[in-house]
Design a protein around this ligand. Structure first.
Ligand SMILES: [Mn+2]
Length: 327
C-alpha cells in the first residue's frame, strides 16, 4: 500500500465509473496521474472481490495512473446498515470483505456518504452562464415529495445506526490500511423524504470524528456542500479546523450560488467562495491529499461525462494550485 503521507497536494481525475481507454488517455493528456472512480461498475451484488479490484488497479497502471480512491459503494451494499434494518449484519460482513479486498488490491481510500435516499436536486436543467446547464435545489419543492422509506427516520436513530457501523468498519479499515472518507449530505439540510440527514453542519462532522477518532477516519471535503451549508460562510474555518488535524483525506472542488435551502450549482469562479482563498487555505493547513472536480456545468456540445465542463474545472484547479504553490 502506498504511503499517502509522502505525497504532495495534487489534482486527480475521475468521477467516472469505468476506466475506459478514452478516459485514461484523457487523464494522461491533462498531465494527471491519480484516478478516482465514483460508484465503480464492478461485478458483485453485495460486495467487491479482490480479483476485480486488482484488475482495476492494473488497468489504471497500464496508463501510468494510480487508482487512489473509490468513492461510494452502491447504496444496496449498506442501505440496511444506514436504516438499521434486518439484514444489516450480513451487509456488515460484506462491507468488511470489500474493505479488506480494497486494502489487498492497494486502493488506499474509500469515500462514503450517509444518505439512504441519495443526493437531491429539484431541477437538473437549470440554465446558468451562457446557457450552460446545471442543477439547482429548492427545499420548498423538495418538501412536497413523498417519504422515500415509508416512515420518518429520526436523527437519533440515524446516529445510532451510524455509530453501530463506524465502530465495526473502522477497525477493519485500520487492519486493511484503507482510509474511510465521509462526504457531506447533499443538500445539507436536516431531513429529506422523511429520513434525517446527519452531515449538514460543522458540529455533526466534529461529533462523527470525535466519536470515531481512528487515523483511518476523515473527510472527503466537498467544497460545494460546505459552501451550500451557510452560503459560503464557514468554508475556510472548516478547512482550518479539519485540515490542521489531518482529517481532510481529499477534496471535491466546486461551488454553488445560494444556501442549502435554495442554491444553484455554478462554474467555480462565480460561486459563494473565493476559489483562490480556498486553495490558499488548503495549502496553509498542509493538506497533502488530492483535489478533484465534482458536479460540473454541462457546457455546449458536452459529452455525458462532461469533458468540456471538466476540462474547465480541472484546468482551473490546476492553475490555482500552481499559483498558490509558487506564491
Ligand atoms: Mn461532492
Amino acid at each position: 500500500m502506498i504511503d499517502l503521507s509522502t505525497l504532495p497536494m495534487r489534482v486527480a481525475i475521475g468521477q467516472f465509473s469505468e476506466l475506459t481507454d478514452e478516459q485514461m488517455i484523457f487523464a494522461q493528456q491533462c498531465g494527471l496521474s491519480d484516478v478516482q472512480m465514483n460508484t465503480p461498475k464492478m461485478p458483485g451484488d453485495e460486495r467487491w472481490e479482490y480479483e476485480d479490484l486488482a484488475k482495476a488497479v492494473a488497468r489504471a497502471a497500464e496508463f501510468g495512473q494510480r487508482l487512489i480512491c473509490l468513492e461510494n459503494v452502491p447504496v444496496r451494499f449498506y442501505d440496511k446498515i444506514m436504516l438499521g434494518a434486518d439484514g444489516r449484519e450480513r451487509q456488515m460482513e460484506n462491507m468488511a470483505a470489500t474493505v479488506r479486498n480494497m486494502g489487498k488490491a492497494g486502493i488506499p481510500i474509500l469515500g462514503y456518504h450517509w444518505m439512504p435516499n441519495s443526493v437531491w436536486r429539484t431541477n437538473s436543467q437549470e440554465p446558468i452562464r451562457g446557457g450552460a446547464i446545471s442543477n439547482s435545489f429548492n427545499l420548498e419543492i423538495a418538501n412536497e415529495r413523498p417519504m422515500t422509506h415509508g416512515r420518518i427516520y429520526t436523527e437519533e436513530e440515524m446516529w445510532a445506526n451510524y455509530d453501530w457501523y463506524l465502530s465495526r468498519i473502522l477497525p477493519v479499515c485500520e487492519e486493511a490500511g484503507v482510509r474511510f472518507a465521509l462526504h457531506p449530505d447533499d443538500p445539507p439540510v436536516p431531513m429529506l423524504g422523511g429520513v434525517a440527514r446527519l452531515f449538514h453542519c460543522f458540529e455533526n462532522f466534529k461529533r462523527a470524528l470525535d466519536t470515531h477518532p481512528s487515523p483511518m477516519h476523515g473527510l472527503d471535503y466537498c467544497h460545494g456542500c460546505w459552501s451550500e451549508m451557510r452560503g459560503g460562510e464557514g468554508v475556510l474555518e472548516s478547512i482550518e479546523y479539519f485540515g490542521t488535524r489531518g482529517r481532510i483525506f481529499y477534496v471535491h472542488f466546486r461551488d454553488v450560488q445560494g444556501t442549502a435551502e435554495n442554491f444553484t450549482e455554478c462554474f467555480i469562479n462565480e460561486g459563494n467562495s473565493n476559489p483562490a482563498a480556498v486553495m490558499r487555505k488548503l495549502r496553509d493547513v498542509g493538506f497533502n491529499g488530492f483535489i478533484i472536480d465534482d458536479h460540473v456545468p454541462h457546457m455546449v456540445n458536452d459529452s455525458p461525462w462532461g469533458h468540456r465542463g471538466r476540462c474547465y474545472s480541472t484546468g482551473y484547479i490546476l492553475g490555482l494550485m500552481d499559483a498558490v504553490m509558487a506564491a
